[in-house]
Write a protein that binds this ligand. Structure first.
Ligand SMILES: Cc1ncc(COP(=O)(O)O)c(C=O)c1O
Length: 386
């Protein structure tokens, strides 16, 4: 095999994720894991039963259709219409994927040539960097800076070059909790149109918005024809293990993404697709309760973190809170998170791993609040020991 490294250069340095390291630390130390973003309570019983019924009734146990089962594609189009007034053709403008993760990978692999540049909001969700790298493209961060974590549209303009192929926009934004305002969305849309850029939007936290409202970029003038919109069932229905996601866009964009997707997983999660179709049609009350529950959890954890001495950036959306550790006399989030389990039995994630401009995120730490109230209360009590 010679001296050549086994892992190709594009993936160098991406060996293991911070979530694996911190979750292993949580298990080893018996800590409360506020690191990885998954709920500790499953979603609606009736939706779990729908999945079980589909398995037992033999629906989806064999390869489902490549684009996804028709029932789910129809439910996705109804959802986009019901919440955002966006209309899509379920046969040509919807693609079901193995979670948003596969949708992001397939979209980037389909739409990028080596050497293209992708502008993404930084700090970024870790799969963006890996997928942009696998496509041979270059990532260009638009840094969201504390305390407001707003995108600077003048800076965005300066980042656009002749090599820029697409904007990768995540709103509500993990890990900062930023929800883009109508003005910010309009500014981004205008730049995309002016420079004829494609846009990928990651909207997996669309139903976890506490201030303002989620607005899809695809709804803005000139954007439908250039936007690949991505979402998934994991966060909205608290079934992150099912990995059912979807893409909406023009027939041409969806066909491009489908071309890459069919050679990644081809298809996935047959029976779960039936259950997610039911979930997307749940009444408004379900979505209201989801939001109200998470708002309460956000405030419980935010107040506990503030009482423990952190600077707290209260998020407008998602189920993460970003804090700054400087008031505790600390400067290095990574070191802080590695020691935290031993110090007080809680695990969190250092935001610095989501930055290229590491200076901007060095002292930030992220906490997930999608946990039971009693777990959050215990975590707060433990953090009080700091
Ligand atoms: C911003 C963002 N996008 C995508 C995903 C992945 O979604 P899925 O589980 O549907 O693949 C996550 C999960 O944490 C996320 O935070």
């Amino acid at each position: 095999m010679g001296t050549r490294p086994l892992l190709n250069r594009r993936l160098e340095g991406m060996g293991s994720t911070i979530f694996a390291e911190m979750s292993a630390l949580a298990v080893a130390t018996g800590s409360i894991n506020l690191g990885q973003g998954f709920p500790d309570t499953d979603g609606p019983r009736e939706i779990a039963e729908a999945a079980a019924r589909a398995v037992l009734d033999g629906r989806g146990n064999q390869y489902p259709p490549g684009p996804g089962i028709p029932e789910l594609r129809a439910a996705v189009t109804e959802h986009q219409q019901r919440w955002y007034g966006l209309s899509y053709d379920p046969d040509r403008e919807v693609l079901i994927t193995a979670g948003a993760t596969e949708a992001i990978a397939a979209a980037l692999l389909a739409l990028l040539e080596p050497g293209d540049e992708v502008i993404a909001l930084e700090p970024f969700y870790d799969s963006y960097a890996a997928c942009i790298a696998m496509a041979g493209a270059a990532r260009v961060p638009l840094t969201l800076r504390a305390p407001g974590f707003r995108p600077d549209l003048d800076e965005l303009r300066t980042l656009i070059t002749p090599r820029t192929r697409l904007l990768l926009i995540n709103t509500p934004h993990n890990p900062t909790g930023t929800v883009l305002t109508p003005d910010e969305l309009r500014g981004i849309a205008e730049l995309a149109c002016e420079h004829d850029l494609l846009v990928i939007t990651d909207e997996v936290y669309e139903h976890l918005v506490f201030a303002g409202a989620h607005r899809p970029l695809a709804a803005l003038p000139g954007m439908r024809e250039r936007t690949v919109s991505i979402s998934s069932a994991g966060k909205t229905f608290s079934f992150t293990g099912w990995k059912v996601g979807w893409v909406t866009g023009t027939p041409e964009l969806v066909a491009a993404v489908r071309t890459a997707k069919q050679y990644l997983t081809f298809v996935s999660a047959g029976p779960f697709q039936y259950a997610v179709a039911d979930a997307l049609r749940l009444p408004d009350g379900y979505f209201d309760t989801l939001r109200a529950d998470h708002l309460r959890k956000r405030d419980l954890l935010a107040e506990g973190l503030a009482a423990a001495g952190f600077d707290v950036y209260r998020p407008d959306g998602t189920y993460f809170i970003t804090t700054d550790i400087t008031p505790l006399g600390e400067t290095d989030g990574l070191e802080f998170c590695r020691k935290l389990p031993e110090r007080c039995g809680v695990v969190a994630i250092p935001n610095v791993v989501f930055y290229d401009n590491t200076e901007a995120g060095r002292s930030q730490v992220r906490w997930a609040f999608c946990k039971r109230d009693d777990v959050l209360a215990e975590a707060v009590a433990r953090l009080g020991r700091l």
